[in-house]
Design a protein around this ligand. Structure first.
Ligand code: NAG
Ligand code: NAG
Ligand code: NAG
Length: 559
C-alpha cells in the first residue's frame, strides 16, 4: 500500500464522514417524498396520444373523477385532436383493474349490422391501402360502452366528461402538427379531399388544412351536447341516430336504426396469463390479447436479461423475436368472435405445452418459409387507432384502446351529426371466410394491465393496426426483461414482421443487427407506415411514471 501523509489520511476520513452524512440525509429525504424522481407522479396519471387530451383526463381526476372518467374524457378529446384515429362513430376495448385486483374487460368494438351486405368479403381489397365504402361500417359501440363503464366506475356526472371537448370542437384548435404532417401525405390528402370529410378538414378551396390552421367540428359539438344532456340513447334510439342513418343511406350504406338498437356491450373476465413473476391481464378473443400473450410467453422461455442486447447477442435476441412474430402471424386466424366460431379457437395460444412446442421450433441460426409458421394464407396489414392508459389515486387502472379502424375510418363523414364513421368490417378481410350478423371482427387491439408480486402495475397498450402486437410486445420485453426504463422501452426502434413474414425495420434501427439478421436469412421489406404508438402508466413503490409515445408527439399528464 502506498504511504500517505497523515494530513491526507485525515482528509480521507473527513471526506468519508461528509459522504456518510450526505447519504443519510438523502435517504431521509427520499423516504419522506417516497423517492419519486423528477418527472414522476405520486397520485395519478394519464397517458393519451396528445398532451391536450392527457391534461383533460388529468383535470377529471383532479376534480374527483375516477380513472374511467379520465379515460372517457381523454378519448372524447382525442376524437377532436386525432380525428383520424377514433371517435364516437367507432368502438373500444377497456381493460379495467379495480383496487382489489379484479380485472374486467368491456368490449364495445363495432359489430356486423343485421343488415350487412351478404357478399361483403368479395369486396375485400387485395392490396395495402385506405379502404372506403359504406358497406364496411360496423355498428358503433363507443357511446354504449362509455355509458356502461361510467355506470359501473364513474364518479363525475356524465355531462361533465363531455364539457372540455364540446368547447374544443366548437371554438376550434390549431391543427396539431402530427395531423398536419399526416394530411401532407399524398395518399391521405387525396383520401380526405375527395370525401365528405373535406367539410371539416379542408379550406374553402377544398384543399386540406395545414398545421396551425383552425380545426373546428361545430356539428360534432352540437351532437356531443345532446349526448351529454340526454345520454347514449340520443345516439342509439333518438334523434342523432335518426340523422346518422339518413346520412349513411345518402352515402349508399345500408345501416338501419334497428342495427343501432341491437348493439350490446360485452363484459367479460380478462384472461390472466403468467409471465414469470408477473401476471398479465389481456382482453380475450376477438381482441388481440391472446396473440400478445403468445408472443410474450414464447419470448419468456428464452433467458433474457440486459446482456441479451450486448454485441452479437443482440442479433440472436431479435432473431428469436422475429421467429416468434412469424409464428404469431401464423396464429392470427385463431382469433375470431367466440360467440359465432366455437368458443375454444384461441385457447391453445396460452397453453403451456403448445407454447413450449412452438418455442422448440425456433431454430437458433436460420429462418424458414411461410408454411413452416402456418402462414401460407397471409392476412392484410393496416394502420390506425389510439390508446389511453390511466391510473387514479384510488388504484383503479384503465387500459383503453379505441378505434374507427383505418385513418379516418372509411372516410364517411355524417354532415348532419359531425360524426366520422368507422370501416371496422374490413378487419374480417384475410382473417375470416364468413361473416355473421352481430359478430365482432378479429382485432390486434390489446389494452393490457400487468402486475408484479410486490404490487407494481403497468398499464399499457398501443395503436397502429397490425403493428400493435409488435409495438406492445417489444415495449413490454424491453421494460420487463431487457432492463430499460419505461421511456426507453417505448422509444426503442422496433422491428415489424408484416403479414407476409417480411421483416421491416423502423428507421433508426441498429444497422449492425439488421445486417446480422439479413445474414441469418431474414427477408427485409420496405414498410413505410411506422404508425406504432404505445402509451403507458406504471406504478412502482408508490411512484408513477407515465409515458406517451413521442412518435405521435404525445405527452402524458399527472400529479
Ligand atoms: C387554398 O387555401 C389555402 C388557405 O386559404 C391556401 O394556403 C392554399 O394555397 C390554397 N390552395 C389552392 C390550391 O388554391
Ligand atoms: C446451426 O446450428 C447448429 C447447432 O446449433 C449446427 O449444427 C448447424 O451447423 C448450424 N447451421 C448453420 C447454417 O450455421
Ligand atoms: C404481401 O404479399 C401480397 C401478395 O404477394 C402483396 O399483395 C402484399 O402487398 C404484401 N404485403 C406486404 C405488407 O408487403
Amino acid at each position: 500500500m502506498a504511504k500517505y501523509k497523515p494530513w491526507l489520511v485525515c482528509c480521507f476520513i473527513f471526506a468519508g464522514l461528509i459522504s456518510a452524512v450526505a447519504l443519510v440525509c438523502l435517504c431521509i429525504v427520499s423516504i419522506v417524498d417516497r423517492g419519486c424522481v423528477g418527472g414522476s407522479f405520486t397520485q395519478a396519471a394519464v397517458s393519451a396520444d396528445s398532451l391536450r387530451c392527457s391534461e383533460i383526463g388529468r383535470s377529471m381526476l383532479k376534480q374527483g373523477g375516477s380513472a374511467v372518467d379520465g379515460a372517457i374524457a381523454a378519448l372524447l378529446c382525442t376524437s377532436v385532436v386525432n380525428p383520424q384515429s377514433m371517435g364516437i362513430g367507432g368502438g373500444s376495448i377497456f381493460t379495467i383493474r379495480n383496487k382489489k385486483g379484479d380485472v374486467k374487460v368491456y368490449n364495445f368494438r363495432e359489430t356486423v349490422p343485421p343488415s350487412f351486405k351478404r357478399d361483403l368479403l368479395s369486396d375485400c381489397p387485395t392490396e395495402f391501402g385506405l379502404t372506403t365504402g359504406s358497406q364496411w361500417i360496423g355498428v358503433p359501440g363507443e357511446l354504449r360502452g362509455y355509458e356502461a363503464v361510467h355506470k359501473q366506475y364513474g364518479k363525475l356526472r356524465w355531462a361533465k366528461l363531455f364539457e372540455p371537448t364540446i368547447k374544443l370542437a366548437r371554438e376550434g384548435i390549431p391543427l396539431p402538427p402530427f395531423l398536419g404532417n399526416l394530411l401532407k401525405n399524398q395518399i391521405v390528402k387525396a383520401h380526405v379531399e375527395k370525401s365528405s370529410l373535406c367539410e371539416v378538414l379542408c379550406n374553402k378551396n377544398k384543399t386540406v388544412l395545414s398545421t396551425g390552421d383552425i380545426l373546428r367540428f361545430p356539428k360534432l359539438a352540437k351532437t356531443m351536447e345532446t349526448i351529454a344532456e340526454q345520454g347514449a340513447d340520443a345516439f342509439y334510439t333518438g334523434e342523432i341516430g335518426h340523422d346518422l342513418i339518413q346520412d349513411i343511406e345518402a352515402a349508399g350504406g345500408t345501416l338501419k336504426r334497428e342495427d343501432l338498437k341491437s348493439f350490446h356491450v360485452r363484459v367479460e373476465d380478462a384472461w390472466t396469463v403468467p409471465l414469470g413473476d408477473v401476471k398479465m391481464h389481456v382482453p380475450p378473443p376477438p381482441a388481440g390479447g391472446p396473440l400478445l400473450a403468445f408472443i410474450l410467453r414464447l419470448m419468456k422461455g428464452f433467458p433474457l436479461s440486459p446482456h441479451s442486447l450486448d454485441g452479437d447477442q443482440k442479433i440472436q435476441t431479435y432473431h428469436r423475436y422475429i421467429e416468434a412474430a412469424k409464428f404469431t402471424n401464423g396464429q392470427k386466424r385463431s382469433i375470431n368472435d367466440p360467440v359465432f366460431n366455437g368458443r375454444k379457437s384461441a385457447d391453445h395460444l396460452i397453453d403451456h405445452s403448445f407454447v413450449n412446442r412452438i418455442r422448440d421450433m425456433i431454430s437458433p441460426n436460420r429462418t424458414h418459409n411461410n408454411a413452416y409458421y402456418n402462414n401460407a394464407k397471409p392476412s392484410r396489414d393496416h394502420v390506425g387507432t389510439t390508446h389511453v392508459s390511466v391510473l387514479d389515486k384510488d388504484g383503479l387502472a384503465v387500459s383503453a384502446t379505441s378505434t374507427i379502424n383505418q385513418l379516418f375510418g372509411g372516410a364517411v363523414y355524417s354532415p348532419r351529426t359531425g360524426i366520422i364513421l368507422n370501416n371496422e368490417l374490413t378487419d374480417f378481410c384475410g382473417r375470416a371466410d364468413n361473416v355473421f350478423a352481430g359478430e365482432q371482427p378479429p382485432s390486434s387491439m390489446a389494452p393490457v394491465i400487468l402486475e408484479t408480486k410486490s404490487g407494481g402495475l403497468l398499464v399499457i397498450g398501443g395503436s397502429g393496426g397490425s403493428m400493435i402486437t409488435s409495438a406492445v410486445a417489444l415495449s413490454i420485453i424491453n421494460r420487463l426483461w431487457l432492463g430499460m426504463n419505461l421511456k426507453d422501452a417505448i422509444a426503442a426502434r422496433i422491428v415489424f414482421v408484416d403479414s407476409n413474414n417480411t421483416v421491416n425495420f423502423e428507421p433508426g434501427f441498429d444497422k449492425s443487427v439488421k445486417d446480422g439478421l439479413g445474414a441469418l436469412g431474414h427477408k427485409s421489406g420496405k414498410w413505410k407506415y411506422f404508425m406504432n404508438v404505445v402509451n403507458a402508466v406504471e406504478k412502482e413503490n408508490g411512484c408513477i411514471v407515465a409515458v406517451s409515445d413521442s412518435r405521435k408527439m404525445g405527452e402524458s399528464a399527472g400529479y
